[in-house]
Design a protein around this ligand. Sequence first.
Ligand code: ZN
Length: 137
Amino acid sequence: MRIGSMVKFYTLCLLKEGPKHGYDLLTQLKVKLDSGISTSQVYPFLASLEKHGYIAVKRTGQRGKKVYRLTAEGQLFVNGFLQRFGDLVHLALEPKLRSCTHCGCKLLEGGVQERMGGRKLTFCCHHCAGSFRKMHH
Ligand SMILES: [Zn+2]
């Protein structure tokens, strides 16, 4: 099964949080996506998840409102999907990461820049910069 859109991505994330009414699901999707999304995308996706056995649908209350819940199989599916998504994000960020010259830890932003021996070096913190200076001067 392919995850083709942000709507589907967020639907899976929200279901992972816990069982949701269809209405709550839509409301929270609208908040997350910050735009008018149409139910035409969400309900077929939910039906497809149900067909694959990834979610269970229960009717509650007098008006028979539907509650969607991930099954154990669905949890595995979402975890696997999020894992792959995480790997992609990591791949996308990797070239932007700098390393601390002293301890080697990865820095996405911030850090400490110090000039030493005519070179501008990056450290995660002043402690690392100080230790590096002691070791090399
Ligand atoms: Zn460091």
